[in-house]
Design a protein around this ligand. Structure first.
Ligand SMILES: Cc1ncc(COP(=O)(O)O)c(C=O)c1O
Length: 488
């Protein structure tokens, strides 16, 4: 085997070529593969090799088979979930972080990683309007970050819960969140022993914001029944619609009811970078906890979430710190507070702060501001063009870079709602099969709708024009089928 430095040199050059070629082809390669699971099962059905294989052969397999059938998440024509084109500096920061292989759990195993994580968290806290006491920790993503925040909320509700579990609480604890909140809120309640039914899904208005009068009524009902309202969750950038709940009012309701106030800004937190859109987050600074995912609108490669708490590191430490003997606190020095394993559920942790730190330094606030404002502008453009297209009906409002709509041609208007739902799915599938773009569907108001998120910093107006053309072309085909007696 070559020595370590030679291996890195060889691999580094070869991988750089692959990544650069991939980047150059992004605009023209199909966004989604046509392969079915069985096709890929066949490709990868092989035994564990007895002897090692040369790296060039492995890299050929990567290019020809792995990358060839990968989802085109980094494409400017990918309009799916909040999955970004990763910033090159983030991609290469990941390589650097792997090379150093710091264990970012304990200070001693990653002194610079701990210091950079603390610094990055300070930047994010300041950006979102938190004061100097605030603190944060990185997590694997928004789901884990929500779990960490809700654990803090649960533990604050009653002193003994952390030791004895929820049976120590005098009554059932209840969490309140919009029906548009991410499913990880319910998952977290389940994991934390509150049960999935411990989450009240509050209906939204026709613009998909949580209805605060219904929230108040639900809390009153629970109180009357002897249950304990524990946490109010506000969403800043809902998964399906990108809209932002009325945070100041939610903060008041939480305060009046002695509840923890948590804001899920996994996606929308990035609005804080924009002077033009920052005010949409008003009220977020009142939250006891906030989550914000660098791997969504900050274009940091997966996986990287963050949870921030207003009242200081002790909030997270009280919920998570356990000192095993081998990481004993009793070692003197000022390093204990930089043991990030004390602030969340992970033990061994990746040096993830490096890619966030490098991305933030590379972009600066203004770099993010420019892209975020451009993407929201493009989304408004898409929305206004859809408003002019017959057969399309927009849903809700554009508050971030998400636009929802339905394809409802004249021929489908009198059909059943199930037929209308199927039509959305068929249009989505046709667009997927075309390979020219990728969009998703979601459920809004109980019915299927189309959803577009402009989340690649590579997306330009010409891509949006192409998407509109594609929607027109594929929807015309569906209308044609219907005209010929096809099923709608
Ligand atoms: C609003 C919101 N919160 C939380 C999450 C969960 O984040 P992750 O997928 O990183 O776990 C998502 C994911 O899309 C989301 O949209």
């Amino acid at each position: 085997m070559e020595d370590l430095a030679e291996q890195h040199e060889h691999l580094g050059r070869a991988v750089t070529r692959i990544i650069a070629d991939f980047a150059a082809s992004l605009d023209s390669r199909p966004v989604a593969t046509r392969a079915q699971p069985s096709d890929l099962e066949t490709i990868f059905a092989e035994e564990l090799p007895e002897n090692g294989i040369a790296v060039d052969e492995i890299l050929d397999r990567f290019t020809g088979e792995v990358a060839a059938h990968a989802m085109g998440v980094p494409s400017p024509r990918y309009y799916g979930q909040f999955n970004p084109t990763p910033l090159p500096i983030g991609v290469w920061a990941d390589a650097l972080s792997s090379a150093l292989n710091q264990n970012a759990g304990a200070w001693r195993n990653g002194p610079t990683s701990a210091m950079i994580e603390a610094r990055v968290m300070r930047w994010l806290c300041n950006l979102l309007g938190y004061g100097p006491r605030s603190f944060g920790t990185l997590a694997s993503g928004g789901s884990e970050a929500n779990l960490i925040a809700l654990k803090c909320a649960r533990d604050k509700s009653h002193a003994e819960v952390i030791h004895q579990g929820v049976r120590a609480a005098p009554a059932d604890l209840v969490v309140y969140a919009s029906e548009q909140s991410h499913y990880s809120v319910v998952k977290s309640a389940d994991i934390l022993g509150l049960g999935r039914e411990g989450v009240r899904k509050i209906p939204t208005d026709d613009r998909f914001h949580v209805q605060t009068d219904l929230l108040r009524a639900e809390i009153a009902r629970d109180r009357k029944a002897g249950r304990i309202p524990c946490c109010v969750v506000g969403v800043a950038g809902a998964t399906s619609t990108g809209v932002i709940d009325p945070l100041p009012e939610l903060a008041t309701i939480a305060r009046e009811n002695n509840c923890w106030f948590h804001v899920d800004a996994a996606y929308g937190g990035a609005l804080a970078f924009s002077a033009q859109h920052r005010s949409k987050l008003k009220g977020i600074e009142e939250a006891d906890s906030i989550i914000f995912d660098p791997h969504k609108w900050l274009f940091v490669p997966f996986a990287c979430g963050a949870v921030l708490v207003r009242d200081g590191a002790s909030v997270l430490r009280e919920a998570f710190d356990i000192s095993p003997e081998y990481l004993s606190e009793d070692r003197g020095g000022a390093d204990i507070e930089y043991d990030f394993f004390r602030y969340g559920q992970m033990g061994t942790r990746r040096f993830n702060s490096l890619k966030v730190w490098m991305a933030l330094k590379f972009m600066g606030r203004r770099g993010y501001e420019e892209i975020i404002e451009r993407q929201i502008g493009l989304t408004h453009y898409l929305a206004s063009r859809l408003d002019e297209m017959s057969g399309f009906e927009r849903l809700g409002e554009v508050e971030t870079a998400v636009c929802c709509f339905k394809f409802l041609p004249e021929t489908a208007r009198n059909g059943t709602v199930e037929d209308q739902d199927r039509l959305q799915q068929r249009l989505q599938q046709q667009i997927e099969r075309s390979g020219e773009a990728w969009i998703t569907t979601t459920i809004l108001g109980g019915r299927r709708a189309m959803r577009v998120n402009i989340n690649s910093f590579l997306t330009e107006r010409r891509h949006v024009d192409d998407l509109l053309e594609l929607l027109k072309r594929e929807s015309d085909k569906l209308i044609g089928e219907k005209g010929k007696g096809g099923k709608g």
